[in-house]
Design a protein around this ligand. Structure first.
Ligand code: CAP
Ligand code: MG
Length: 438
């Protein structure tokens, strides 16, 4: 007697209603499992089903069953869209959403591979979220930077400086023309660089640099940790007049980011989201969770800035993927974007949710900037870290070289031409040229 009912979750003629939350999956059925049985398992295990028919099935169960409705062959696998009734979801609760659409389904024996590619969030779901506090215009106003990329750098080596040395590197970075000093993703508070000491000394150097340059200077200081510790650190930043808090959003998890989004609203702190650990689940094109999905979750929760890659730097991310990420973070409406995905992405109306400032970082040096700007434009936060501290004449000259490369591109002049009258850029090009680091 058959005891499975997975295929009850498949209806290729289903037309989703406007309150359905929709997911796009890529999947490869295991040997001996049909496409319909595989996609039925995805829809079933991520909503109301289980492996066997049940003795007690309340009538209302129909209203919580997901429906796989569009299945298309692609390469060695298939894409499928799955629609979820809005009543499945706890309003404002991202961890619970992830437990549904990004939970058990990844471990099913009936699938060889599964990737959660995209999600389309209905207004009925996004209305429970604040989204970003500042938006790109708000961040530009905060730093008084109108058109060009906002610039920043992480002290390198990434961990090891004392708090005082860290602040000194910050001063040199700011005096070289950059707006932001950023903590590295693995620097929070150590015996040799305590958080409370670093933020106080950096505040002193910030004030000094602001006075000497007349420009706004700030820092992305890493509060990552247990949520109660993050709350305390956010308070300390606020009390020292800092305008940002940095969070490693994957290691802190959606719950931590959601809690801090509320705290940062009260302290008027913009959230800089570092994505360290994302490549553990988004790098394999056949299995895991896309960076696009993570980016949409972070925009929904309301980070203000998020790393999206460089295409030409040291870390993975194709041109199509990085351009898609920029679009998903900044557009108000997305209709079936195709860049870089053989299957059109899902439509998305962001309504009240402000845009997020895309952050491009990772192996960047002045010689790479024209390629990055040709791909991403200027409406980004550009982080050049090793690419300024490795300059033959040191940090301040390195930051100046990066600023000169930005100026050159914005006046449509080649770096080599501009370097004739700008020695710091010339010295950077002599060391790195236009090399793509690996
Ligand atoms: C870059 C960086 C950033 C990466 C993160 C690093 O330093 O500080 O964490 O950019 O990657 O630690 O590698 P460099 P992504 O500029 O010296 O490479 O931005 O892709 O999330
Ligand atoms: Mg880093």
């Amino acid at each position: 007697m058959p005891f499975e009912w997975y295929t009850d979750f498949v209806n290729t003629s289903y037309r989703p209603n406007k309150t359905d939350l929709k997911c796009l999956f890529y999947f490869e059925p295991a040997k001996g499992i049909s496409v319909k049985e595989a996609v039925g398992r995805i829809a079933s295990e991520s909503s109301a089903g289980t492996w066997t028919t049940l003795a007690r099935m309340p009538k209302r169960i129909k209203g919580t069953m997901a429906t796989a409705f569009e299945i298309e062959k692609s390469g060695g696998g298939h894409y499928a869209k799955v629609a979820y009734p809005i009543d499945l979801w706890d309003p404002g609760n991202v961890p619970q959403l992830l437990s549904g659409i990004a939970g058990n389904i990844f471990g099913m024996k009936a699938l060889d591979n599964l990737r959660l590619v995209d999600v389309s969030l209905p207004q009925a779901y996004i209305r429970h979220f604040r989204g970003p506090q500042f938006g790109i215009d708000g961040l530009r106003k905060l730093l008084k930077v109108k058109k060009r990329p906002i610039t920043g750098a992480v002290p390198k080596p990434k961990i090891g400086f004392s708090a005082r040395e860290h602040a000194e590197v910050g001063y040199e970075t700011w005096m070289g023309g950059f707006e932001l000093l950023k903590d590295d993703e693995n620097l929070t508070s150590t015996s040799f660089n305590k958080f409370e000491e670093r933020i106080m000394l950096c505040a002193k150097m910030r004030d000094k640099a602001e006075k000497e340059t007349g420009d706004r200077k700030s820092a992305l200081l890493n509060i990552t940790g247990p949520t109660d510790v993050m709350i305390k650190r956010a308070r300390m930043l606020h009390d020292l007049g800092w305008e940002y808090a940095m969070i490693d959003v994957v290691t802190c998890g959606a719950a931590g980011v959601q809690t801090l989004r509320e705290i940062c609203q009260d302290y008027h702190l913009a959230i800089h989201a570092h994505r360290a650990m994302h490549a553990s689940f988004d790098r394999n094109p056949k299995h895991g969770i896309s960076m696009l999905f993570l980016a949409k979750m972070m925009r929904l929760i309301g980070v203000d800035q998020l790393h999206i890659g460089t295409v030409v730097g040291k870390l993975v991310g194709t041109k199509g993927e990085v351009m898609n990420l920029e679009k998903e973070l900044t557009a108000r409406v997305l209709r079936g974007e195709k860049t870089g995905h053989e299957f059109p992405l899902l439509n998305q109306k962001w309504n009240h949710i402000k845009p997020v400032l895309p952050t491009s970082s990772g192996g960047v040096h002045p010689g790479l900037l024209p390629e990055i700007f040709d791909i991403l434009g200027y409406d980004i936060l550009l982080l050049v870290s090793g690419g300024i501290h490795g300059h033959p004449k040191g940090t301040r000259a390195g930051a100046k070289a990066a600023m000169q490369a930005i100026e050159a591109h914005m006046v449509h002049t080649s770096l080599e031409e501009y370097a004739k009258k700008h020695i710091e850029l010339r010295q950077a090009l002599e060391k790195w040229g236009h090399k793509h680091p690996r």
